[in-house]
Structure formats: structure tokens, C-alpha cells
Design a protein around this ligand. Structure first.
Ligand code: URP
Ligand code: ZN
Ligand code: ZN
Length: 480
């Protein structure tokens, strides 16, 4: 083939299915050729000694989503810059419907934040906080048709929580429209009860965030969401699973033949509630406040059990960055009065691949193929981007990461590309690091340096997910 634009030469190509020594030929931003030797491109990159993998897809990030009265540390420019530096070429952040507002209008507003600013390709999930008749009857169906084919619902947070009736109505709409629902499973009332009791006892430091929402509240909500999904025969994705309790609920549902999927995240294999410790606001526990909170070492083992048994399809970052310092950061004046007001979320889009590679592949827990499935291919399949994204195959977008499996690095704020003023993984040592990232055939990250301009990332209208198809097995008679 004489008219290639670029060849990646000498690398080992890894997909979710295979590990192969071959070269990659790229033409017009897409993969045009996989062959033992590609010599006739005008430009080439030397990948000898490197792995060539599909660019990461992070299907759970929050960008420009200001919350808890705090300003998010990343908009699309810095958040996507951090993504590309971590070997990720596609992100799916959220467009949130504020209560009382139109969902369509919210989507228009998030596009204003994103369009022309992103270094990587992006889609949007919707967050439904106010499922009125017009949202369920008109807005959601039309938005699904426009490529927003998944939405998230919350079982906690004052300004997001849906009650059981509302959850059922959103699930019913998702089933009708063939959209995939992501569920944040933590029980609102139990958390509120615990929070009030802790505050009354003067236990207000960030550490008590983890005490206020133990695994049992996650397990209860996961079971409730699964029951609602079973009643209606609707597939659901339970996101950011933190430990054994919720993992076992998902496994139980899967063993019953239900289409219940699971996502876990970097923090649940690498941080613990001890990181939140310190009974003083200034002892840096606030840096680790996220929900569900990180648990303990035995929870890490439970998460690995879920990963290796296939309970989890996706491994995401839940990148939700807030500043630590300053009047709009995690320790803003209101947050200093109680953990209840500390903005929930941590930055992590850049370290997702290195930490999973180091803990998973290097330590022999998962294969290279499974690493690619968990970080890229399954995200594309679950969220309607496959086979354009998520694989190395002729015709797919040439989104690639060239990965040095032997390079050791220590994660430090000074080498991060995000907008936050800290990383929760300061001093964390990893083996395996992204060297170059390629987006639709263009070199966009080269060993520490982001090479493309903001705005070169494109919006992705997503297809319906085949994983959102109901089973057709109606056990309880309520599905239509
Ligand atoms: O603490 C977290 N995870 N904040 C982000 C919002 C969410 O629930 O995903
Ligand atoms: Zn959530
Ligand atoms: Zn999240």
C-alpha cells in the first residue's frame, strides 16, 4: 500500500484478543494495514521494545462539573490534556441536568464548555436529576437519538438523588430507548442518618466521610437497583464499585442471568480509608474524599476477584478533580465545618493506565489482553463506540498508545498535566508508562509533552449499546 501516512514499526500490538508482533500502517487517521513489516510510509515511529495498544477510553470522568459549591479543577482543556498524557484518547464525561432545568439545555451548555477545547475525542453521558414527564417522554428519547446513549442516576446526594419511583421511571425509559443506565449505588437515607450522628458526636474531620458511608450502604443500594432492574428487565451498569459487598451483589445478579454490569476504579485497588485519616482538617485527608470512599486492603483483594472473574467490565478513573488549597477547594470555609461539605472526587485520569498496568499486568494478576479490554475495548463496546474506537483493526480510528512496559516512574504532582493542585498518588511507584499517544493518526503526546492543540479532539455521537438490550426474560411481568 503506497499511500500510507504513518507507520508504527517494530512494536508488539496488543488488543483485547491477541498479542502480535507486527507493524501498523495508518492512512487518513485510520488503521489501514497490519503487517509483519510496513516500510513504505513517509513517516514512521519506532516502537521497538514497546507495546502498541488501543488508546485508553475512560468512560467515567467529570469535567467542568462544578459542584459542592466548589470550582472543578479541570475543564475540558486541562482534563483532556491530562487524559492524553496518561495514554487515553477518548473520554466520556457527563452533562448534568440541574433540577428544574431542561436536559437538552444542559447538553448545549456542556458543549459550550467542551467544543473547541478538548485534546481527545469525547462523548457525553447524561445525568438525570429531574425525570419529569417531558424529560422522560421527549428530551431523553431525542437525546438518545442524537448520540447521548447512556445516562447516570444517583441514589444519593441532596441535589441528585432519585427516589425509587423515579429510578423505576428512568429505567423504564432506558429500556424503551435502549439506552444504558449507569447507577451510583449508595443509600441516601442511611448516609444522612450516619452523617447527622457523627456530626452530633463532633466527628467532622474528613476521615468520617468514610465512616458515614460504609460498604453496607453501597451493598443495600446496589441490591435495590438490581431489584428494580430485574422488575423491568433493564440492563444497568453499577459504577465505581469499591469493595466486596457491592461486587458480590453484581456477581449474584450476573449468575441469575441478568444484564447487570460493573465498573471499578483506580482508587479501589490503590487507596484506603486510612488515607483520609487525621482528625484535623489540615492533615490532608480531604485530598482523598470521594464516593464511595476507598476501603481497605481486603477490599482491594475483592476488587481483584471481581476483575479476574469478569464481574467488572470496565476500569475507569472517576476523575472528579477539585483543588485542595484555596477558597474554592476541598478545604473551603464551609467544608472546614464538616466532612459533609468537602467536595467529593479526586483527579485520576492520567494515572489510571499506569496503576492498573503496574498492579495488574506487572504483578501477574491480569493478562495484557485483559488490560486492554478493561481500559479501552470494553468501554467502546458498552457505550456504543465500537469498532471505531477500542481496537487495533483495519478501519478503526488510529487511536494508540505506545507503552514502555519496563519503565519505572514515581507519580508526582510535578509531572501531572491536570489542573488540580495535587495528586492523591504522590510518591506512588509504578512500572509501565505511556511514551507516545496517537489520536486519529496524529502524534498528540510525546514523552511528557502534549503535542496537539486544544480543540483537535472531536465530539462523538455514540450508537446504541448492544449491552443495553433487555434479556427478554420477564420474570415479574412489569416490563413492556
Ligand atoms: O466522589 C466522586 N466520585 N465524585 C464524583 C461524582 C460521582 O458520584 O461519580
Ligand atoms: Zn457516582
Ligand atoms: Zn463519577
Amino acid at each position: 500500500m503506497a499511500d500510507l501516512d504513518l507507520a508504527i514499526r517494530g512494536g508488539t500490538v496488543v488488543t483485547a484478543a491477541d498479542v502480535t508482533r507486527c507493524d501498523v500502517g495508518i492512512k487518513d487517521g485510520r488503521i489501514a494495514l497490519l503487517a509483519e513489516s510496513v516500510t513504505d510510509a513517509p513517516k514512521s515511529l519506532d516502537a521497538s521494545g514497546l507495546l502498541v495498544m488501543p488508546g485508553g477510553i475512560d468512560s467515567h470522568v467529570h469535567l467542568a462539573q462544578h459542584a459542592f459549591g466548589a470550582r472543578m479543577a479541570d475543564g475540558f482543556e486541562t482534563g483532556s490534556r491530562s487524559a492524553v498524557a496518561g495514554g487515553t484518547t477518548t473520554v466520556i464525561p457527563f452533562a448534568v441536568q440541574p433540577r428544574g432545568a431542561s436536559l437538552r439545555e444542559s447538553v448545549v451548555n456542556y458543549h459550550k464548555e467542551a467544543d473547541g477545547k478538548s485534546h481527545v475525542d469525547y462523548g457525553f453521558h447524561l445525568i438525570v436529576t429531574d425525570p419529569t414527564a417531558s424529560v422522560l417522554g421527549q428530551e431523553l428519547p431525542s437525546l438518545v437519538g442524537d448520540g447521548y446513549t447512556s445516562f447516570k442516576v444517583f441514589m444519593t446526594y441532596d441535589d441528585m438523588v432519585l427516589n425509587d419511583r423515579q429510578l423505576l421511571e428512568v429505567f423504564e425509559c432506558a429500556r424503551r430507548e435502549r439506552a444504558l443506565v449507569m447507577v451510583h449505588c449508595e443509600g441516601y437515607d442511611a448516609i444522612k442518618f450516619m452523617t447527622e450522628r457523627l456530626e452530633a458526636a463532633g466527628k467532622t474531620a474528613p476521615y468520617y466521610h468514610s465512616v458515614s458511608r460504609p460498604q453496607i450502604v453501597e451493598r443495600e443500594a446496589a441490591h435495590r437497583a438490581i431489584s428494580h432492574a430485574e422488575l423491568l428487565d433493564v440492563p444497568i451498569m453499577i459504577v465505581h464499585v469499591s469493595g466486596r459487598e457491592a461486587m458480590e451483589q453484581i456477581r449474584w445478579a450476573q449468575q441469575r442471568g441478568m444484564r447487570v454490569y460493573g465498573e471499578t476504579c483506580t482508587q479501589y485497588i490503590s487507596l484506603t480509608a486510612d488515607d483520609l485519616k487525621g482528625l484535623n482538617m489540615d492533615e490532608s485527608g480531604g485530598k482523598y474524599v470521594c464516593s464511595p470512599p476507598p476501603r481497605d486492603h481486603s477490599s482491594w483483594e475483592a476488587i481483584w476477584e471481581g476483575i479476574t472473574q469478569g464481574v467488572f467490565q470496565t476500569f475507569s478513573s472517576d476523575h472528579c478533580p477539585f483543588f485542595y488549597e484555596g477558597s474554592e477547594g476541598k478545604l473551603n470555609p464551609k467544608a472546614r465545618t464538616s466532612f459533609r461539605w468537602v467536595p467529593n472526587g479526586i483527579p485520576g485520569v492520567e494515572v489510571r493506565l499506569p496503576i492498573l498496568f503496574s498492579e495488574g499486568v506487572v504483578k501477574g494478576r491480569i493478562t495484557l489482553e485483559r488490560f486492554v479490554a478493561l481500559t479501552s475495548t470494553n468501554h467502546a463496546k458498552m457505550y456504543g463506540l465500537y469498532p471505531k474506537k477500542g481496537s487495533i483493526a483495519v478501519g478503526a480510528d488510529a487511536d494508540l498508545v505506545l507503552w514502555d512496559p519496563n519503565r519505572t516512574e514515581t507519580i508526582r504532582q510535578s509531572i501531572m498535566h491536570h489542573g488540580a493542585d495535587y495528586t492523591p498518588w504522590e510518591g506512588y511507584a509504578v512500572t509501565g508508562w505511556p511514551v507516545q499517544t496517537i489520536l486519529r493518526g496524529a502524534l498528540v503526546y510525546d514523552d511528557g509533552k502534549v503535542m496537539n492543540a486544544p480543540g483537535e479532539g472531536r465530539f462523538l455521537r455514540r450508537k446504541l449499546s448492544p449491552f443495553a438490550m433487555p434479556t427478554g426474560i420477564v420474570r415479574h411481568g412489569a416490563a413492556k
